[in-house]
Structures are given as C-alpha cells and as structure tokens.
Design a protein around this ligand. Structure first.
Ligand code: ATP
Length: 340
C-alpha cells in the first residue's frame, strides 16, 4: 500500500483509484525516474494531477492509460519540455528541470517523432541530429550513426531517403536517433502508434534488446498487449492521476480474484474461508464453495493448509484471477484497445 513517499515500499494489493501504489523496495537513488505530486494545469484543465511515479533503474516501465489521460504531458514534464504547475521530478537522480543540461544527454527520447527531412537519407538525417548535439564528438560521428542504425536493424536502408521509409522504419529511425549516444534511460511516447503488426513487433523486439543491455526504458502506450509483452513494470494513468503502479506480476495479483474449493464438506470449508476474511458466496450446501478475496495478502497455499488442518476434504482448489484487461477497466473505468 502506498506510504505517501515516492520511493516507498511495497505494492498494495488493494490498489485503489486515486491511491497509486508504489513498488520499489530500493532506495531513492536506484530510481531512474521519481516524481512527487507532479501536476500540470492548462488553464482550468488539470492534465497531470499529483503524480508520484517510481521507476526503478533497469525496468521496462509501461506507462499505460487511455487517450487524454496525461501520459504525454507527464513525459514532457520529465524531459523539461514544459514546466510543472506543482510538485517535481527527479530523473537519473537529479532534479528536473533544474539539471536539464546534465540529465538530458543521458536520456534518449522519442516524443512526437523527430522531424526528419524526407528527402535526406536515414544516415544524413542522423548525422544532422548528431551534429546538433554539442556533447557528440565530430570525430566519431560516422561510427555512431552506423552503430545506431545497426542497433535498430536499419543498416540496409541507411542510404535510402526517408520519404521511402515505412512508418515502422521511420519509428525505428526515431529510436536510432535516441540511441546515438549511450543512454541510461530511454523515454518512448507511444512508439508503436500507427505501426502495422510487423513494425510493432520490430519495435517491441528492439525495446526488449535495449532492456537486456541494462537501459531503463519508460514507454507510454494505450495498448495492453504491448505492455504485457515487453514490460517488467506498469503504471496506469486515468484522468491525469496515477491510479496504480507496480511490477507486472504485482499488478496482476492485485486484481480481483476468487477461490473455488471442491469438497463434500462445504459447511466446514465455508467456515475456514470466512476465517481468512474471504467473502464467501451463498450458503447452499453445494460441492463447490466459491469465495472472493477481500485482500490479496492471503496466500492460496495458506488457505489450502487451513482447509486440510480443519479436516476439510479438498477435491479441487482453484484460484481465478481477473485478466489484465479487467484490471485496467477496474482502475480506469474505461476499456483499452487490446489489438496487436
Ligand atoms: N498544450 C496543451 N494545452 C491545453 N491542453 C492540453 C495541452 N496538452 C495536453 N492538454 C490536455 O491535457 C490532457 C492530457 O493530454 P495528454 O496528451 O498528456 O494525454 P495522453 O494520455 O498522452 O493522450 P494520448 O494518448 O491521446 O496522447 C488532454 O485532455 C489534453 O487535451
């Protein structure tokens, strides 16, 4: 349960709307991104509302939320592209935007796609971006550009003009641009938006390989499958608020669940389940007793042990968890695109 501290410990089982849970058991310095009460208002509209993010170093953090929930604005705040109305952010251990000059060279970002010149080749575009980076030595430019193209699997198309690139290739070129210099953190805003399934797969694979190299990746998405397939951690935004965050596993486990016990000793089983604070269905004498988890702190194995200890003959035992999609709907009140 949230302890009010952005670097707080423990994932809550009962992650509730408006009460974001925190994940990391690590000290604050092991967080790649940390925000506290981060808020952005545009006139009367609150786009980001008191967000406390905790992104551990090395994580692939899926920043999930329906359209308009405040993901892009949060990313812009993290990168110092807009100023916060209240609260603050630390990126790679330094306050933003105060330390923007020393932090940004360590961060690769893909936000709203870089403006590539369509009539220049991929290589020429990357050289131009690299030349604009005063931290990038001229001497090693060619090698850097070649390596970044290789990294995203575009070496073969480096000499092609960008207008001839597919959307997926453009997106990968954008990521190559973010990778020109060695980065500790990559921030990608909807990197698979508008891509066909093949382009989506390519970008996902790239994210995975970057993560394997130890780069922290913060990736926003409104696609559930995307997050499920590449992310180690999840944060869910809804109407400007961070309504939950945790590891993917914790996130799954925090959803609604129920146990089904198959037994000829229904009354005794009901009694044991009630002792665990579970909400037991009905009071009939059926062979299957169903009970809802009131708290995720209850371990299924402890229930089985207690049933057996009380002499209940357990013929079947099952824990049914809500799907990730149900969990998101629970949290945001909205459905998600589940395609791809
Ligand atoms: N510059 C701005 N001026 C006024 N309102 C803005 C501005 N930028 C964002 N907003 C509003 O803030 C809210 C959050 O927008 P944001 O783009 O951060 O959401 P998002 O989750 O990234 O959505 P999407 O997935 O559609 O990009 C929206 O209602 C949006 O209209």
């Amino acid at each position: 349960m949230t302890d009010g501290s952005p670097a707080g410990t423990g994932m809550a089982g009962d992650a509730a709307v408006g009460d974001a849970t925190t994940i990391s058991t690590a000290p604050a310095t092991d967080l790649a991104i940390e925000t506290y009460g981060l808020t952005k208002r545009f006139r009367s509209q609150v786009a980001v509302d008191g967000v406390d993010l905790a992104v551990p170093r090395g994580a692939v953090f899926g920043f999930l939320g329906p359209n308009g929930s405040g993901k892009t604005t949060t990313i812009r705040l993290l990168l110092g592209l807009v100023a916060a109305s209240a609260g603050g952010a630390r990126v790679l251990g330094a306050d933003m935007p105060r330390h923007v000059d020393s932090v940004l060279p360590r961060v690769g970002a893909l936000v709203e796609g870089p403006a590539f010149s369509p009539y220049l080749s991929g290589v020429a575009n990357l050289r131009r971006f690299d030349a604009a980076d005063r931290h990038a030595p001229h001497r090693t430019r060619s090698a850097r550009v070649d390596e970044a193209l290789d990294r995203v699997g575009l070496s073969h198309a480096g000499r092609k003009k960008v207008h001839a690139y597919s959307l997926g290739m453009k997106q990968r070129l954008g990521i190559a641009n973010a990778l020109l210099m060695r980065r500790e953190l990559l921030v990608l805003d909807e990197p698979t938006n508008g891509l066909d399934p093949q382009g989506t797969r390519e970008v996902r694979a790239l994210i995975r390989s970057l993560a394997d190299d130890g780069t922290t990746v913060f990736v926003s998405s409104h696609l559930l499958a995307e997050v499920e397939q590449v992310c180690s951690h999840v944060g869910v935004m809804s109407a400007g608020r961070l309504v939950a965050q945790g590891t993917l596993e914790e996130f799954r486990a925090a959803g609604e669940a129920r146990v089904l016990v198959q037994t000829p000793d229904a009354a005794a089983a009901r009694h044991v389940l009630a002792r665990f604070g579970l909400d037991v269905d009905g009071d009939g004498g059926g062979a299957v007793v169903a009970a809802h988890f009131a708290s995720t702190d209850v371990a299924p194995e402890a229930i089985v042990a207690a049933l057996v200890a009380d002499g209940v003959r357990v013929r079947g035992f099952e824990v049914e968890r809500a799907s990730l999609e149900q969990r998101f709907v629970e949290l945001t009140g909205e459905g998600f695109d589940v395609v791809q």
